[in-house]
Ligand binder design. Structure first.
Ligand SMILES: C[S@@+](CC[C@H](N)C(=O)[O-])C[C@H]1O[C@@H](n2cnc3c(N)ncnc32)[C@H](O)[C@@H]1O
Length: 413
């Protein structure tokens, strides 16, 4: 363990201004998780986690009894690009927006959308092949989680045409064609540092060129929006320049949900998670994970097995607390990936030595139990792992409705 990356319990308590007892409780509740220093077994904290939490504590947005719910003044419509299995779309629908069309290239994801919502207009195929001008001025918000790609720069401010060939170009092209009051892009946190920030800067300047002012970009933590998972999503909001109404991100909720809330009857779901198919660990991985306690990870193995399992990574230092990880019932799940048995990102079930089943995966992403996924088990995991958590989508949906209500008020004056 490289100790300069970690803080002791006392240092963390001092920095955050809370007692050690509170920090121990926060560890159990998953608000700020500690790891164990291998020799002493004392709790230590990843500096980065403490800094992130400090950022959250002091940005003044935490309120009691938080609700972002808002009733739409009229029916608002959304055009969803890169729709996947519909995490964001279902969230928007739950908030009260109507999906006028969804574009997606993957045949299994399209089948998922059609199976669950036979009335949705699913446009299957490469976004490049579709002309959206028939939706011009007829859609209130265009949304999309465009896959992140590098641009090639000619050394000047990036314009729309310089981005040709990328999927962000397609996102911006559709926004330009459709001309909605507001557009929302979502992406991974990594976009902030992609090409040292130049990719994001380029996206902002392209949106500016096509007539959209970008709201300061934020990375939202799903745990703050009724999602029992430590997932993060970067949100890029553009407001059409003729509209002088501020967009406000949804307020954070106070309550942090954990794995128990995801899989058992409770506030998030009305019954225990239904049985379903799921992947298995290969025998070797199962033998390793059998040795790991709840909330433990590779550090909990005997030293010889730590070295064997981690290979070269063992000597690289750092936490890698996601490797050979068994999730605890009383913490939010770590970010789910597109494949549940993938090396370096094992998220083992708390009581049984197996990955989460498809339905458990869907629950952790807050999909409703009646949302069916099409394709092989691997395809289903992929669709779920790619999604924006439904509850996060719903909270974003409320923030859009709030903005549109304000906009419509000014239009009627
Ligand atoms: C991160 S996922 C989006 C997840 C979705 N927002 C959700 O919440 O479920 C990105 C999606 O873009 C789709 N995609 C990639 N290239 C595409 C293209 N050229 N045209 C249309 N869709 C594409 C992928 O198949 C994938 O489902």
């Amino acid at each position: 363990m490289v100790m300069k990356d970690y803080l002791s319990l006392a240092e963390t308590a001092e920095l955050i201004g809370k007692s050690k007892e509170t920090l121990r409780r926060w560890d159990n509740e998953g608000i700020l998780s500690a790891v164990r220093e291998p020799v002493s077994n004392y709790r230590v904290y990843l500096k980065e986690d403490v800094e992130n939490l400090l950022g959250n504590l002091f940005d003044g947005e935490i309120e009691d009894g938080v609700s972002n719910y808002v009733e739409p003044f009229q029916e608002y419509s959304v055009l969803e690009l890169f729709a996947g299995a519909g995490g964001l779309a279902v969230g928007m629908e739950k908030a009260g927006l109507k999906c006028v069309a969804l574009n997606e290239i993957d045949k299994w994801a399209c089948e998922t959308l059609r199976t669950n919502r036979p009335n949705w207009n699913v446009l299957e195929g490469d976004i490049k092949e579709f002309d959206f001008s028939k939706y011009r001025n007829a859609v209130d918000v265009v949304t999309g989680g465009f896959p992140c790609q590098a641009f090639s720069y000619a050394g000047k401010k990036l314009g729309l045409n310089d981005a040709r060939g990328t999927l962000f170009y397609e996102f911006a092209r559709v926004v330009k064609e459709v001309n909605p009051p507001i557009c929302i892009g979502e992406n991974v946190r990594g976009l902030l540092s992609h090409e040292k920030g130049k990719t994001l800067e380029g996206m902002i300047s392209i949106l500016d060129e096509i007539g959209y002012k970008v709201v300061p970009v934020k990375v939202l933590k799903a745990i703050n929006y009724r999602v029992p998972q430590k997932r993060e999503r970067l949100i890029l909001v553009g407001v059409r320049k003729d509209i002088d109404i501020p967009y406000k991100y949804p307020k954070k909720h106070n309550k942090i949900y954990n794995l128990k809330d995801a899989l058992r009857k409770g506030e998030l779901f009305e019954k225990n998670v239904p049985k379903s198919d799921g992947a298995k660990y290969p025998e070797y991985k199962k033998e390793i994970l059998d040795l790991i306690p709840q909330k433990g990870y590779w550090r909990d193995l005997p030293l010889n097995l730590q070295k064997e399992y981690m290979g070269g990574s063992f000597y690289l230092g750092g936490g890698k607390t996601g490797m050979a990880r068994r999730i605890g019932w009383d913490e939010p799940c770590l970010t789910l990936t597109c494949s549940p048995a993938q090396k370096q990102t094992e998220r083992c079930h708390p009581d049984e030595t197996r990955p989460f089943t498809v339905r458990e995966y869907a629950r952790i992403q807050t999909f409703p139990d009646d949302w069916k996924f099409s394709g092989s088990i691997a395809q289903q995991y992929k669709q779920i792992g790619n999604a924006v958590p439904v509850n996060l989508g719903q909270e974003l949906g409320y923030s859009v409705i709030k903005f549109l209500n304000e906009y419509n008020k000014t239009m009627k004056k």
